[in-house]
Design a protein. Structure first.
Length: 92
């Protein structure tokens, strides 16, 4: 994940606070470069967002948590199975 934060836009039509305004008479090359930078920022933000909700990335990032979760779920399932088998044995 990136550590940079995207500056917010204070009013409609204004540029984000972190970027300098384009100089007067800026040519199409300056506008294209600005668009490419904006596109890269958007791509980086989307990559971070998708990584946040991707379970494989989360398991790789937090293996101890997921091992604990797996053991807790396995223990719960084993406990439920033991209770059901015990009830079935008494009823039979």
């Amino acid at each position: 994940m990136t550590t940079d934060t995207t500056p917010s836009v204070s009013r409609q039509g204004q540029r984000p606070a972190g970027r300098p305004p384009l100089p007067k008479g800026a040519g199409i090359n300056s506008l294209k470069l600005d668009l490419e930078v904006t596109r890269e920022e958007l791509a980086s933000t989307l990559d971070d967002l998708f990584a946040t909700f991707n379970i494989r990335v989360q398991i790789r990032s937090h293996p101890t948590f997921f091992v604990g979760l797996f053991l807790a779920l396995t223990g719960t399932a084993a406990g439920i199975a033991a209770l059901l088998l015990r009830r079935r044995g008494r009823a039979g």
